[in-house]
Design a protein around this ligand. Structure first.
Ligand code: PMP
Length: 423
């Protein structure tokens, strides 16, 4: 947990937080590592690394099986991690938390299990034009299998947010499910998922929120949002890779069938038949990612130690600072909500520089020790068809970034302009 001393009036004390992240003390291409790719995956604090290492060193055992001390300890810590995550996102109980590998698997689980039973030929499935492939492809697959229709809510004219009239038009088709990102990994846009959920429910549909880019960065309360499913990835919120969660309302998860069969998900097995275990275990066949659950627990402790409100405030201030700096650079275009709408955007800034390919930009950043991402960011329909570009460069912030990191990025943009002789 971050020490209380690290929490300053400004929100958070980045200098002391940085010290908890061993990788941030290293260099890349001979320069101080400036990590601006947390939307892809976050770095890990020593507290998370140590929790995983401590598990392997002192109580490594399979869960739910042994009646010996260290197996019981592993089981307790794994379950405790779900209890913690349930509280972290405002779920009613840990039974509503199914551990999966990542957001992608969480959405696929909902599409296969809930969708497989509830979506029929001619039904409408609704998503938006700003979705990540993880929240597009599973629904395309479901639509193709069932003969359902996949509809899209369009973006507004400046391509920064959902278009309200398109939302109403699509909801009037009474979609069975609306799967929508809470925060866009390309535009940074934060969608009003509470309002969206209310509207969708009024039309008789359920809502899945893709929380991959929100859960790590802002307070989330699924009960307040009212959504039916919520998907997240541990690796984007200081936890290890290979652990994520599907939150589902208990009555919904109760009504659903598992998609994998095997050990741990059963209550009893005979030669011809079996009965299922209780929630959430009926969805978790086979040996779980125990170290992942334990790492997730330490990650949540760390985030809670700082406070999600403070994290959001810090990222908003840093994004505002970055948008102001970027706004004064000729030939640079920032996508998503503008600086006046900072409350509607997270710490993801996609940009392009006239005359320089995003991949060249990312390479010049790399030479300067700065990690950013370039490409379609697993959102090809958005980047290629809606924004009308093949690729964009993207910087994304987290608790360990500060103004110095933004200044380093601005300096690297100066380098790009110098190398490509741009004005
Ligand atoms: N949705 C969004 C909005 C994302 O940003 C990402 C990751 N880039 C995902 C889903 C998929 O996450 P994962 O790869 O951890 O499954």
């Amino acid at each position: 947990m971050a020490s209380k001393a690290s929490i300053t009036k400004r929100g958070i004390d980045v200098e002391s937080i940085k010290k908890d992240f061993p990788i941030l003390g290293t260099s890349m291409n001979g320069k101080r590592l400036v990590y601006l790719d947390s939307a892809a995956t976050s770095q890990k604090p020593i507290q998370v690394i140590d929790a995983i290492s401590n598990y392997y060193k002192t109580f490594n055992a399979n869960i739910h099986r042994g009646i010996y001390k260290i197996s019981e300890q592993a089981t307790e810590e794994y379950t405790a991690s779900k209890v913690k995550l349930a509280k972290f996102i405002g779920a009613k109980s840990y039974q509503e938390i199914v551990y999966v590998r990542n957001t992608t698997e969480a959405i696929n689980l909902a599409a296969l299990s809930w969708g497989g039973a509830n979506i029929k030929n001619g039904d409408h499935i609704l998503i938006t034009q700003m979705e990540h492939h993880s929240n597009i492809v599973p629904w395309q697959m479901l639509a193709q299998r069932t003969g359902a229709v996949l509809d899209y809510v369009m973006l507004n004219e400046d391509k920064s947010a959902i278009d309200e009239s398109s939302l109403e038009e699509q909801l009037s088709k009474n979609p069975k499910i609306f799967a929508v990102s809470h925060a866009s990994n390309v535009l940074g846009t934060i969608n009003d998922v509470k309002k969206i959920t209310r509207m969708t429910h009024e039309h008789g549909g359920i809502v899945l929120v893709d929380g991959a880019q929100s859960a790590p960065h802002m307070p989330v309360n699924v009960s307040e949002i009212g959504c039916d499913f919520f998907a997240l990835s541990g690796h984007k919120m200081l936890g290890p890779t290979g652990i994520g969660a599907l939150y589902g309302k208990r009555e919904l998860l109760d009504s659903m069938e598992p998609i994998f069969g095997g050990g741990d998900m059963i209550r009893s097995v005979g030669f011809q038949d079996h009965t299922w275990n209780e929630l959430p275990w009926k969805f978790e066949a086979g040996t779980s990612n125990i170290e992942g659950g334990i790492g997730m627990s330490a990650a949540i402790d760390y985030l809670n130690g700082i406070g999600m409100e403070s994290i959001r405030k810090h990222e908003m201030e840093l994004t505002r600072y970055a948008m102001e700096k970027l706004g004064s650079i000729a030939g640079l275009k920032v996508y998503g909500p503008d600086a006046k709408h900072i409350k509607n955007r997270g710490g993801v800034i996609s940009f392009s520089i006239k005359g320089a390919h995003p991949h060249d930009v990312a390479q010049i950043f790399d030479e300067n020790g700065i990690a950013i991402r370039a490409g379609h960011h697993c959102a090809m329909p958005l980047v290629e068809d809606v924004l009308g570009v093949g690729a964009v460069s993207r910087m994304s912030f987290y608790i360990y970034n500060d103004e110095k990191d933004v200044d380093a990025a601005v300096k690297a943009i100066g380098e790009v302009k110098r190398i490509f002789k741009l004005n």
